[in-house]
Design a protein around this ligand. Structure first.
Ligand code: C2E
Ligand code: CA
Ligand code: CA
Length: 275
């Protein structure tokens, strides 16, 4: 049936832009990969910046494509959002991540990215609840990472949905905080637990007062609002040291580890820390 779908597109070929054809092909491949449960999650450790202990991981989707190799999310998340495939894709990743984390030896936390489309899905809360039940993962060990744009578009729906999710006992993090246009004055309207300092802010952090101003602003804001902070994209020891000095408790980045397959992450966990 899938092949037939492809021919259907070919029928319109003369009037279609080649790029669009390629996109439809990729979407069709992606749909198949999701149905066959071929998508993988890789795991990037969250590290306690004070002692190097691994306190959890973020799940990041990877698509092992038969011809194109391991495709990174930047190449297909946008497409998945446009086509609605982000819903089944997102639930695949959530399921895989919760099952993996339920098998870890300690109380480590797992973070899963939720696209705005997923948060707008009225069934999302039920899905998350069912996934927690089936995996046996205690809700407090799951963090859902949402984008800042969600807090400005359709703020009413978002606030209600996030309150519903929060009531399951999971934690909510705002990804790339400070790069979108959410209104600071409305932040308290959302049941947020964690702000993530985006990589571009972390890049400047060891470059002196002026360059670290944005990271420091987020740390100050988080302290004032009683929120936790995670810094992403830490690439060297100087950045890790400076963030720790500024009072940032948790970080992730290539300095510690790239996102790795489930088995490799289990090996990292067995060592326990980067100290
Ligand atoms: P994100 O959520 O901001 O994830 C962090 C990205 O930064 C990841 O890229 C990670 O590999 C990369 N990264 C981490 N540390 C470093 C570092 O030290 N240096 C550099 N240069 N990069 C670092 P990745 O895995 O390619 O994912 C890209 C984006 O795709 C994610 O950004 C997220 O927005 C989206 N994404 C990934 N998995 C999922 C998913 O399951 N669902 C949804 N909705 N989006 C996802
Ligand atoms: Ca994220
Ligand atoms: Ca980011």
């Amino acid at each position: 049936a899938k092949r037939q779908g492809r021919n259907r597109y070919a029928y319109f070929a003369p009037s279609m832009h080649a790029g669009l054809m390629e996109k439809l092909d990729l979407a069709e491949d992606l749909r198949g990969a999701i149905e066959r449960h071929e998508l993988l999650a890789h795991y990037q450790p969250f590290v306690d910046l004070r002692d190097g202990a691994i306190v959890g991981a973020e799940a990041l989707v990877r698509w092992p494509h038969p011809e194109k190799g391991l495709i990174p999310p930047d190449r297909f998340i946008g497409l998945a959002e446009e086509t609605g495939l982000i819903l089944p894709l997102g639930y695949e990743v959530l399921g895989a991540a919760c099952r993996a984390a339920a098998g870890w030896p300690g109380e480590q936390r797992i973070s899963v990215n939720l696209s705005p489309r997923q948060v707008q899905d009225p069934a999302v809360t039920l899905y998350v609840q069912q996934t927690l039940l089936h995996s046996g993962l205690p809700p407090h060990r799951l963090t859902l990472e949402i984008t800042e744009s969600l807090l400005s578009e359709d703020a009413e729906v978002a606030a209600n949905r996030l309150a519903e999710l929060k009531a399951l006992g999971v934690r909510l993090a705002v990804d790339d905080f400070g790069t979108g246009y959410s209104s600071l004055s409305r932040l308290h309207a959302f049941p947020i637990d964690i702000l993530k300092i985006p990589k571009p802010f972390v890049d400047g952090v060891a470059g002196g007062q002026e360059h670290s101003a944005l990271a420091r602003a987020i740390l100050d804001l988080a302290q004032a609002l009683g929120l936790q902070v995670v810094a992403e994209g830490i690439e060297d020891a100087a950045q890790a040291r400076e963030l720790r000095r500024l009072g940032c408790p948790i970080g992730q980045g290539f300095h510690f580890s790239r996102p790795v397959p489930e088995a490799a992450f289990a090996t990292l966990l067995a060592k326990g820390s980067f100290a």
